[in-house]
Design a protein around this ligand. Structure first.
Ligand code: NAP
Length: 288
Protein backbone atom coordinates (compact mmCIF):
# COMPACT_ATOMS: atom_id res chain seq x y z
CA UNK A 1 0.00 0.00 0.00
CA UNK A 2 1.28 3.43 -0.89
CA UNK A 3 -0.11 6.87 -0.22
CA UNK A 4 -0.25 8.47 -3.68
CA UNK A 5 -1.09 12.11 -4.41
CA UNK A 6 -2.19 13.26 -7.86
CA UNK A 7 -1.59 16.94 -8.55
CA UNK A 8 -3.88 18.12 -11.35
CA UNK A 9 -7.00 16.00 -11.75
CA UNK A 10 -8.19 16.76 -15.27
CA UNK A 11 -8.38 14.20 -18.08
CA UNK A 12 -5.09 12.38 -17.47
CA UNK A 13 -5.09 12.85 -13.68
CA UNK A 14 -8.61 11.38 -13.62
CA UNK A 15 -7.53 8.30 -15.57
CA UNK A 16 -4.49 7.81 -13.31
CA UNK A 17 -6.68 8.04 -10.20
CA UNK A 18 -9.10 5.46 -11.62
CA UNK A 19 -6.25 3.09 -12.49
CA UNK A 20 -4.87 3.37 -8.94
CA UNK A 21 -8.38 2.89 -7.51
CA UNK A 22 -8.84 -0.34 -9.49
CA UNK A 23 -5.67 -1.83 -7.97
CA UNK A 24 -7.38 -1.59 -4.57
CA UNK A 25 -3.92 -1.16 -3.06
CA UNK A 26 -3.42 2.54 -2.46
CA UNK A 27 -4.62 5.51 -0.46
CA UNK A 28 -5.26 8.21 -3.04
CA UNK A 29 -5.10 11.98 -2.51
CA UNK A 30 -6.43 14.36 -5.15
CA UNK A 31 -4.80 17.81 -5.16
CA UNK A 32 -7.05 20.24 -6.99
CA UNK A 33 -7.68 23.98 -7.15
CA UNK A 34 -11.42 23.56 -6.63
CA UNK A 35 -13.21 21.07 -4.38
CA UNK A 36 -13.78 17.71 -6.09
CA UNK A 37 -16.91 16.21 -4.57
CA UNK A 38 -16.84 13.09 -6.74
CA UNK A 39 -14.51 11.71 -9.41
CA UNK A 40 -16.17 9.36 -11.88
CA UNK A 41 -14.19 7.91 -14.79
CA UNK A 42 -15.95 6.14 -17.67
CA UNK A 43 -13.40 3.64 -18.96
CA UNK A 44 -13.92 1.42 -22.04
CA UNK A 45 -15.14 -1.45 -19.83
CA UNK A 46 -16.53 0.08 -16.65
CA UNK A 47 -17.38 3.13 -14.60
CA UNK A 48 -14.94 3.79 -11.76
CA UNK A 49 -15.74 6.02 -8.80
CA UNK A 50 -12.54 7.08 -7.07
CA UNK A 51 -12.46 7.05 -3.29
CA UNK A 52 -9.91 9.65 -2.27
CA UNK A 53 -9.00 12.48 0.04
CA UNK A 54 -9.22 15.88 -1.63
CA UNK A 55 -7.11 18.91 -0.80
CA UNK A 56 -7.62 22.27 -2.46
CA UNK A 57 -4.62 24.15 -1.06
CA UNK A 58 -1.00 23.08 -0.60
CA UNK A 59 -1.02 24.27 3.01
CA UNK A 60 -3.63 21.60 3.84
CA UNK A 61 -1.81 18.67 2.19
CA UNK A 62 -0.18 15.78 4.08
CA UNK A 63 3.02 13.87 3.25
CA UNK A 64 2.66 10.92 0.86
CA UNK A 65 4.86 8.14 -0.56
CA UNK A 66 4.45 9.16 -4.22
CA UNK A 67 3.45 12.34 -6.06
CA UNK A 68 2.12 12.16 -9.61
CA UNK A 69 1.90 15.46 -11.52
CA UNK A 70 -0.70 15.54 -14.29
CA UNK A 71 -1.24 19.26 -14.82
CA UNK A 72 -0.56 20.88 -18.17
CA UNK A 73 3.16 21.62 -18.60
CA UNK A 74 2.61 25.40 -18.33
CA UNK A 75 1.19 24.92 -14.81
CA UNK A 76 4.48 23.54 -13.44
CA UNK A 77 5.04 26.34 -10.94
CA UNK A 78 1.56 25.97 -9.43
CA UNK A 79 1.92 22.18 -9.34
CA UNK A 80 5.27 22.49 -7.58
CA UNK A 81 3.70 24.56 -4.79
CA UNK A 82 2.29 21.23 -3.51
CA UNK A 83 5.73 19.61 -3.17
CA UNK A 84 6.89 21.03 0.21
CA UNK A 85 3.93 19.42 1.98
CA UNK A 86 3.52 16.26 -0.12
CA UNK A 87 7.25 15.48 -0.38
CA UNK A 88 8.10 16.21 3.27
CA UNK A 89 9.45 12.63 3.53
CA UNK A 90 11.27 12.84 0.16
CA UNK A 91 8.51 11.26 -1.92
CA UNK A 92 9.48 10.79 -5.57
CA UNK A 93 7.65 12.84 -8.20
CA UNK A 94 6.39 11.21 -11.40
CA UNK A 95 5.76 13.79 -14.13
CA UNK A 96 3.08 12.46 -16.50
CA UNK A 97 3.03 15.15 -19.17
CA UNK A 98 3.75 15.62 -22.83
CA UNK A 99 6.98 17.11 -24.12
CA UNK A 100 10.64 16.22 -23.63
CA UNK A 101 11.61 18.41 -20.68
CA UNK A 102 9.95 16.61 -17.75
CA UNK A 103 13.02 16.77 -15.47
CA UNK A 104 14.14 20.28 -16.51
CA UNK A 105 10.62 21.61 -15.88
CA UNK A 106 10.54 20.48 -12.24
CA UNK A 107 14.25 20.52 -11.34
CA UNK A 108 13.97 24.06 -9.87
CA UNK A 109 11.49 22.74 -7.29
CA UNK A 110 12.61 19.23 -6.29
CA UNK A 111 15.74 17.07 -6.35
CA UNK A 112 16.09 16.08 -10.04
CA UNK A 113 17.10 12.54 -8.99
CA UNK A 114 13.68 12.02 -7.42
CA UNK A 115 11.85 12.93 -10.66
CA UNK A 116 10.49 10.11 -12.86
CA UNK A 117 9.58 11.28 -16.38
CA UNK A 118 6.58 9.44 -17.83
CA UNK A 119 4.95 9.51 -21.26
CA UNK A 120 1.31 8.47 -21.47
CA UNK A 121 -0.79 7.49 -24.46
CA UNK A 122 -4.48 7.51 -23.66
CA UNK A 123 -7.41 9.01 -25.54
CA UNK A 124 -9.34 10.81 -22.82
CA UNK A 125 -11.49 13.89 -22.33
CA UNK A 126 -12.78 15.82 -19.37
CA UNK A 127 -16.57 16.04 -19.85
CA UNK A 128 -18.75 19.08 -19.15
CA UNK A 129 -20.62 17.15 -16.41
CA UNK A 130 -17.36 16.74 -14.47
CA UNK A 131 -16.80 13.09 -15.39
CA UNK A 132 -13.76 11.84 -17.29
CA UNK A 133 -14.28 9.80 -20.46
CA UNK A 134 -11.45 7.40 -21.27
CA UNK A 135 -12.01 6.28 -24.88
CA UNK A 136 -9.24 3.67 -25.09
CA UNK A 137 -6.52 1.86 -23.13
CA UNK A 138 -3.77 3.68 -21.20
CA UNK A 139 -0.12 2.95 -22.03
CA UNK A 140 2.65 4.51 -19.97
CA UNK A 141 6.41 4.46 -20.33
CA UNK A 142 8.56 5.59 -17.40
CA UNK A 143 12.26 6.31 -17.48
CA UNK A 144 14.03 3.12 -16.37
CA UNK A 145 15.66 2.98 -12.92
CA UNK A 146 14.79 2.04 -9.34
CA UNK A 147 12.10 4.73 -9.14
CA UNK A 148 10.81 3.85 -12.61
CA UNK A 149 10.38 0.26 -11.37
CA UNK A 150 8.48 1.48 -8.29
CA UNK A 151 6.24 3.63 -10.47
CA UNK A 152 5.39 0.61 -12.64
CA UNK A 153 4.53 -1.40 -9.50
CA UNK A 154 2.03 1.24 -8.35
CA UNK A 155 -0.21 0.25 -11.28
CA UNK A 156 0.02 -3.53 -10.84
CA UNK A 157 -3.50 -4.92 -10.91
CA UNK A 158 -4.86 -2.06 -13.02
CA UNK A 159 -5.77 -2.46 -16.69
CA UNK A 160 -3.03 -0.09 -17.86
CA UNK A 161 0.06 -1.20 -19.71
CA UNK A 162 2.88 0.42 -17.73
CA UNK A 163 6.52 -0.29 -18.41
CA UNK A 164 9.99 1.15 -18.02
CA UNK A 165 12.08 2.26 -20.96
CA UNK A 166 15.86 2.50 -21.06
CA UNK A 167 15.53 4.96 -23.97
CA UNK A 168 13.13 7.57 -22.63
CA UNK A 169 14.62 10.22 -24.93
CA UNK A 170 13.43 8.34 -28.02
CA UNK A 171 10.01 7.60 -26.52
CA UNK A 172 9.45 11.27 -25.62
CA UNK A 173 10.60 12.60 -29.01
CA UNK A 174 8.48 10.00 -30.84
CA UNK A 175 5.45 11.27 -28.92
CA UNK A 176 6.50 14.86 -29.66
CA UNK A 177 6.48 14.02 -33.37
CA UNK A 178 2.81 13.05 -32.99
CA UNK A 179 1.95 16.05 -30.81
CA UNK A 180 3.66 18.62 -33.04
CA UNK A 181 1.09 18.00 -35.77
CA UNK A 182 -1.75 18.69 -33.32
CA UNK A 183 -1.04 22.38 -33.93
CA UNK A 184 -2.66 22.05 -37.38
CA UNK A 185 -5.95 21.05 -35.78
CA UNK A 186 -5.70 23.84 -33.23
CA UNK A 187 -4.94 26.42 -35.93
CA UNK A 188 -7.73 25.33 -38.27
CA UNK A 189 -10.16 24.54 -35.41
CA UNK A 190 -10.82 21.19 -37.11
CA UNK A 191 -10.46 17.67 -35.66
CA UNK A 192 -8.27 14.86 -36.99
CA UNK A 193 -10.13 14.67 -40.32
CA UNK A 194 -8.34 17.87 -41.39
CA UNK A 195 -5.30 15.74 -42.24
CA UNK A 196 -7.17 13.56 -44.78
CA UNK A 197 -6.49 16.12 -47.54
CA UNK A 198 -3.11 15.85 -49.28
CA UNK A 199 -2.09 19.52 -48.92
CA UNK A 200 -2.47 19.44 -45.12
CA UNK A 201 -0.89 15.98 -45.01
CA UNK A 202 2.25 17.27 -46.68
CA UNK A 203 2.53 20.13 -44.17
CA UNK A 204 2.12 17.58 -41.37
CA UNK A 205 4.87 15.35 -42.82
CA UNK A 206 7.24 18.33 -43.02
CA UNK A 207 6.47 19.42 -39.44
CA UNK A 208 7.29 15.91 -38.23
CA UNK A 209 10.44 15.83 -40.39
CA UNK A 210 11.64 18.94 -38.52
CA UNK A 211 10.91 17.26 -35.20
CA UNK A 212 12.74 14.10 -36.29
CA UNK A 213 15.83 16.08 -37.30
CA UNK A 214 15.95 17.96 -33.99
CA UNK A 215 15.13 14.83 -31.96
CA UNK A 216 17.97 12.93 -33.61
CA UNK A 217 20.34 15.79 -32.76
CA UNK A 218 19.19 15.40 -29.14
CA UNK A 219 20.00 11.67 -29.24
CA UNK A 220 16.61 10.15 -30.09
CA UNK A 221 16.41 7.11 -32.35
CA UNK A 222 13.71 7.92 -34.90
CA UNK A 223 12.92 6.00 -38.10
CA UNK A 224 12.94 7.65 -41.51
CA UNK A 225 9.31 6.55 -41.79
CA UNK A 226 8.23 8.45 -38.64
CA UNK A 227 6.48 11.26 -40.55
CA UNK A 228 4.37 8.85 -42.59
CA UNK A 229 3.64 6.73 -39.50
CA UNK A 230 2.40 9.82 -37.63
CA UNK A 231 0.21 10.81 -40.55
CA UNK A 232 -1.19 7.27 -40.88
CA UNK A 233 -1.96 7.35 -37.14
CA UNK A 234 -3.97 10.58 -37.46
CA UNK A 235 -5.77 9.27 -40.54
CA UNK A 236 -6.76 6.10 -38.67
CA UNK A 237 -8.50 8.19 -35.99
CA UNK A 238 -12.22 8.99 -36.23
CA UNK A 239 -12.74 12.14 -38.33
CA UNK A 240 -14.07 14.00 -35.27
CA UNK A 241 -11.20 13.07 -32.91
CA UNK A 242 -10.08 16.16 -30.96
CA UNK A 243 -6.48 16.43 -29.73
CA UNK A 244 -5.79 18.17 -26.42
CA UNK A 245 -4.41 21.32 -28.07
CA UNK A 246 -7.61 21.79 -30.07
CA UNK A 247 -9.63 20.93 -26.95
CA UNK A 248 -7.78 23.66 -25.05
CA UNK A 249 -8.40 26.23 -27.78
CA UNK A 250 -12.09 25.33 -28.01
CA UNK A 251 -12.39 25.65 -24.21
CA UNK A 252 -10.56 28.99 -24.15
CA UNK A 253 -7.70 27.51 -22.08
CA UNK A 254 -4.01 28.21 -22.70
CA UNK A 255 -2.39 25.71 -25.09
CA UNK A 256 0.88 23.79 -24.56
CA UNK A 257 2.47 25.71 -27.45
CA UNK A 258 6.00 25.79 -26.11
CA UNK A 259 5.90 22.17 -24.88
CA UNK A 260 4.68 20.79 -28.21
CA UNK A 261 6.12 23.08 -30.92
CA UNK A 262 8.24 25.79 -29.28
CA UNK A 263 10.61 23.13 -27.98
CA UNK A 264 11.32 21.97 -31.55
CA UNK A 265 12.16 25.53 -32.56
CA UNK A 266 14.31 26.17 -29.44
CA UNK A 267 16.27 22.92 -29.65
CA UNK A 268 16.54 23.29 -33.43
CA UNK A 269 18.16 26.71 -32.98
CA UNK A 270 20.61 25.16 -30.51
CA UNK A 271 21.71 22.60 -33.11
CA UNK A 272 21.56 24.94 -36.13
CA UNK A 273 18.59 23.05 -37.61
CA UNK A 274 15.92 25.10 -39.38
CA UNK A 275 12.33 24.47 -38.27
CA UNK A 276 10.27 26.96 -40.31
CA UNK A 277 6.93 25.17 -40.14
CA UNK A 278 7.01 24.69 -36.37
CA UNK A 279 8.23 28.28 -36.05
CA UNK A 280 5.24 29.49 -38.04
CA UNK A 281 2.87 27.31 -35.99
CA UNK A 282 4.25 28.78 -32.75
CA UNK A 283 3.96 32.35 -34.04
CA UNK A 284 0.38 31.85 -35.23
CA UNK A 285 -0.71 30.03 -32.06
CA UNK A 286 0.81 32.75 -29.91
CA UNK A 287 -1.13 35.41 -31.80
CA UNK A 288 -4.36 33.47 -31.12
N1 NAP B 1 -5.86 14.63 -22.61
C1 NAP B 1 -5.17 13.75 -23.31
O1 NAP B 1 -5.74 13.01 -24.13
C2 NAP B 1 -3.68 13.58 -23.09
C3 NAP B 1 -3.07 12.43 -23.60
C4 NAP B 1 -1.71 12.24 -23.35
C5 NAP B 1 -0.98 13.19 -22.65
N2 NAP B 1 -1.59 14.32 -22.21
C6 NAP B 1 -0.76 15.28 -21.45
O2 NAP B 1 -1.06 15.09 -20.06
C7 NAP B 1 -0.89 16.35 -19.35
C8 NAP B 1 -2.22 16.67 -18.66
O3 NAP B 1 -3.19 16.90 -19.68
P1 NAP B 1 -4.77 16.85 -19.43
O4 NAP B 1 -5.40 16.72 -20.75
O5 NAP B 1 -5.12 15.87 -18.38
O6 NAP B 1 -5.00 18.33 -18.86
P2 NAP B 1 -6.33 18.94 -18.19
O7 NAP B 1 -7.52 18.08 -18.50
O8 NAP B 1 -6.35 20.38 -18.56
O9 NAP B 1 -6.04 18.78 -16.64
C9 NAP B 1 -5.06 19.50 -15.97
C10 NAP B 1 -5.58 19.74 -14.57
O10 NAP B 1 -4.54 20.35 -13.79
C11 NAP B 1 -5.19 21.21 -12.89
N3 NAP B 1 -4.24 22.14 -12.29
C12 NAP B 1 -3.55 23.15 -12.88
N4 NAP B 1 -2.77 23.80 -11.99
C13 NAP B 1 -2.99 23.18 -10.80
C14 NAP B 1 -2.49 23.39 -9.49
N5 NAP B 1 -1.62 24.38 -9.23
N6 NAP B 1 -2.91 22.58 -8.50
C15 NAP B 1 -3.80 21.60 -8.76
N7 NAP B 1 -4.31 21.34 -9.97
C16 NAP B 1 -3.92 22.13 -10.98
C17 NAP B 1 -6.28 21.87 -13.70
O11 NAP B 1 -7.23 22.38 -12.81
P3 NAP B 1 -8.31 23.50 -13.19
O12 NAP B 1 -9.51 22.68 -13.58
O13 NAP B 1 -8.48 24.23 -11.91
O14 NAP B 1 -7.76 24.33 -14.31
C18 NAP B 1 -6.79 20.67 -14.51
O15 NAP B 1 -7.85 20.02 -13.83
C19 NAP B 1 -0.51 17.38 -20.43
O16 NAP B 1 0.88 17.52 -20.49
C20 NAP B 1 -1.05 16.74 -21.73
O17 NAP B 1 -0.34 17.20 -22.87
C21 NAP B 1 -2.93 14.54 -22.39
Amino acid sequence: MARVAIVGVGAIGGVLAALLEVTGSHEITLCTRRPMVRLTVRTPGSVVTVKAKNFTAPALAEPVNWVIVATKAYDAQGAAAWFPALCKNNAPVAVVQNGVEHRERFAPYVNPDSIVPVIIDCPVEHQKDGTVRQRGPAHMKAEAGPLGAEFVQLFEGSRAQVEQTADFVSVAWRKLCVNSVGALSALTMKPAGVLRGEAMAEIARQMVAECVAVGRAEGAQLDDSTAQQVLDGYRAQPLDSVNSMLADRLAGRPMEIDTRNGIIVRKGAKHGIKTPLNQMAVALLQVL
